[in-house]
Design a protein around this ligand. Structure first.
Ligand SMILES: Cc1ncc(COP(=O)(O)O)c(C=O)c1O
Ligand SMILES: [Zn+2]
Length: 404
């Protein structure tokens, strides 16, 4: 039912612990025999609400190996107040901040660590811009296997601390994410470690499709006009699109025509640059310069694929400044009660910009993916002005309330 196909030469590489094509070095992608998948809307409606209810479209062959700490089944919230501020007809938030480790990365990690158990690996790890570290470490803890996470030394302290508390060995590297990724790839190669986003990558990315399945199911089995996606390596956006196509192919969806839209920080926006300038290749950003650490990937592994998806789906790309990203965090929290990290709220900032620029129509129905919790990037938020400290004295309190 599950096999790996080369994206470049289309060769079938079977079901194995490999991630690049042995013939052409192309990336491998999971393919299912969709003609054998028996899933319908009614069956899904009656299943326990979890990302694993879509397991026929996930690459696990032995159910007893599933590592589930409660990822997925996140809310799709109608955001009318925010829609009005931004100027679109209808807006929904896919709130993935509610995942067990507070980012969407629990979805791919759950699949990757399950796969590591199937392949009988004793150590797993990841190269992370912050969120994947916690997600991998938590799932490895549940699975009872060793975990080694690699991150740039510049990532937020909360993310470092979080990964460590689950018991993972945390290695902080003086360098960019791309340096970290190269070292992790060497560790995978020389020590046989299952690095979830390197040598387990074809399986790992499949987990993110469940966000697309949930969105269309929560909308009553239809696609919105547009899905805006915080993007770093391009894996999430590509996986969402793959999920929509598969849902269409097995008859869950009539049409899967959402315009897939990339959201990146201006200080590291290689996919946006390639789209806007019509490049055929992605040009690496050697020194990312942004406070949006979680999206600071200069050489995006699935960048080319993401670009293809944007073009094929009639989507778009947008980049915003750090100030715009910070403002979006505040706007999202103060209008809809959702507290996102800067990388998670960037979908809101980019949507606003694209509407202002006339690139996104005001008559559209849009889903913005909100991919990580605000508690993860408290460090970069400016101190709010609406905080006052007083002594425990009523005169001070009444003075305060009278003047405000
Ligand atoms: C909060 C958040 N959103 C989105 C992404 C983008 O993921 P991808 O690398 O799949 O494009 C990341 C990646 O680390 C992230 O941390
Ligand atoms: Zn190949």
């Amino acid at each position: 039912m599950v096999t790996l196909i080369c994206r470049e030469c289309n060769d079938d590489k079977g079901h194995a612990f490999v991630h690049v094509c042995s013939d052409c070095f192309g990336a491998l992608e999971v393919q299912y025999d969709l003609s054998k998948v028996r899933l319908n809307r009614e069956v899904l409606a009656n299943r326990y609400p979890s990302m694993w209810k879509y397991k026929e479209l996930l690459p696990i062959v032995d159910d007893s190996k599933i590592v589930d700490i409660g990822a997925g089944n996140t809310p799709l919230i109608r955001a009318d107040k925010l829609a009005k501020k931004i100027g679109v007809k209808r807006l929904y938030l896919k709130n993935d901040t509610t995942n067990p480790t507070y980012s969407f990365k629990d979805r791919p990690s759950s699949v990757a660590i399950s796969k590591a158990l199937e392949f009988k690996l004793s150590t797993v790890g990841c190269a992370s811009t912050g969120n994947l570290a916690g997600a991998t470490a938590a799932h490895a803890a549940k699975a009872g296997i060793d975990c080694l996470v690699f991150m740039p030394v510049s990532v937020e302290q909360s993310k470092v601390q979080q990964a460590a508390i689950y018991g993972a060995r945390v290695v902080l590297i003086r360098g960019t994410y791309d340096d970290v990724n190269r070292l992790a790839a060497l560790a995978a190669d020389r020590f046989g470690i299952g690095i979830v986003n390197v040598n387990l990558r074809p399986y790992y990315v499949e987990g993110s499709k469940t966000m697309a399945f949930e969105i269309v199911e929560q909308l009553g089995w239809r696609t919105p006009d547009r899905i805006v996606v915080p993007t770093a390596s391009g894996a999430l956006l590509s996986a969402l699109y793959k999920g929509l196509k598969e849902a269409e192919q097995i008859g869950l969806l009539k049409e899967s025509n959402a315009a897939m839209t990339v959201a990146q920080p201006l200080g590291c926006s290689p996919i946006v640059e390639a789209f806007r300038n019509n490049y055929s290749e992605i040009r690496t950003v050697t020194t990312p310069s942004t406070i949006v650490q979680s999206l600071a990937i200069g050489d995006p592994g699935d960048g080319y694929q993401a670009l293809k998806v944007v073009r094929e789906s009639g989507g778009s790309c947008g980049a915003v400044t750090d100030v715009e990203a910070l403002k979006a965090v505040e706007l999202l929290a103060s209008t809809e009660g959702v507290f996102a990290e800067v990388g998670g709220a960037i979908s809101i900032a980019v949507l606003k910009r694209l509407v202002d620029e006339g690139e996104v129509g005001r008559d559209e129905e849009v889903v913005c993916c909100v991919t990580g919790s605000g508690f993860k990037t408290i460090d970069v938020l400016p101190r709010p002005e609406n905080i006052t400290t007083i002594d425990a004295k009523f005169d001070q309190l009444s003075g305060l309330l009278r003047t405000s």
